[in-house]
Design a protein around this ligand. Structure first.
Ligand SMILES: Cc1cc2nc3c(=O)[nH]c(=O)nc-3n(C[C@H](O)[C@H](O)[C@H](O)COP(=O)(O)OP(=O)(O)OC[C@H]3O[C@@H](n4cnc5c(N)ncnc54)[C@H](O)[C@@H]3O)c2cc1C
Length: 149
């Protein structure tokens, strides 16, 4: 198996092609990773959520990362990590354009709101929010076998 580094445009292409990733955040030296649905646009990954542990942690420490991957035939894979900063898109003057952008992009995916809007049975309903990860840096790796050259 060979592994090559992906350049920035290849990384952004995979981020745009994917709709799911694993969001990594941390607080008090404790990492926390959860799957999320997102929509990539420019230098941003937009998502939707209820308040809860990940939002509380990202409010405390906005430095996060999102990882996504793609597996293909013949053991080929691509994986990208985007490092960036959590930014809330509040329902306030000054954020209307970004909130509408998040809504427009996410609503291209069927049932986009569902995984981010349900808590386990019995929990008190929590307020929802749109947020984005502003990407600072991306890294990517592409693995393939010799015969795929
Ligand atoms: C394919 C997919 C897409 C998803 N898309 C979104 C999305 O776009 N937006 C969104 O907000 N959520 C999405 N989710 C759900 C997400 O993974 C979290 O479960 C959810 O957001 C709750 O996270 P929280 O930090 O608010 O947890 P809280 O409700 O605050 O609960 C925290 C507690 O629950 C545990 N916990 C929370 N989530 C998980 C989990 N997924 N697996 C195991 N333990 C967990 C934590 O370890 C912690 O103990 C998606 C899940 C999947 C599988």
């Amino acid at each position: 198996m060979l592994i090559t580094e992906m350049d920035k445009s290849q990384c952004m292409e995979l981020l745009r092609a994917s709709t799911h990733g694993r969001l990594g955040c941390s607080r008090d030296n404790q990492p926390y990773v959860v799957p999320i649905t997102y929509a990539a646009d420019g230098n941003n990954l937009y998502s939707f959520s209820l308040t809860g542990q990940k939002v509380a942690w990202m409010r405390d420490n906005p430095k996060v990362c999102v990882q996504t991957d793609q597996f293909q035939a013949g053991r080929e894979w691509r994986s990208v990590i985007a490092y960036g900063r959590f930014e809330e898109l509040p329902d306030r003057i000054g954020w209307k354009v970004q909130r509408e952008r998040a809504w427009a992009l996410l609503s291209k995916q069927a049932e986009w709101w569902e995984p981010g809007s349900v808590k386990p049975a019995g929990e008190v309903p929590a307020p929802h929010l749109f947020f984005r990860i502003v990407i600072d840096e991306v890294t990517g790796r592409h693995a393939f076998t010799d015969d795929q050259n």
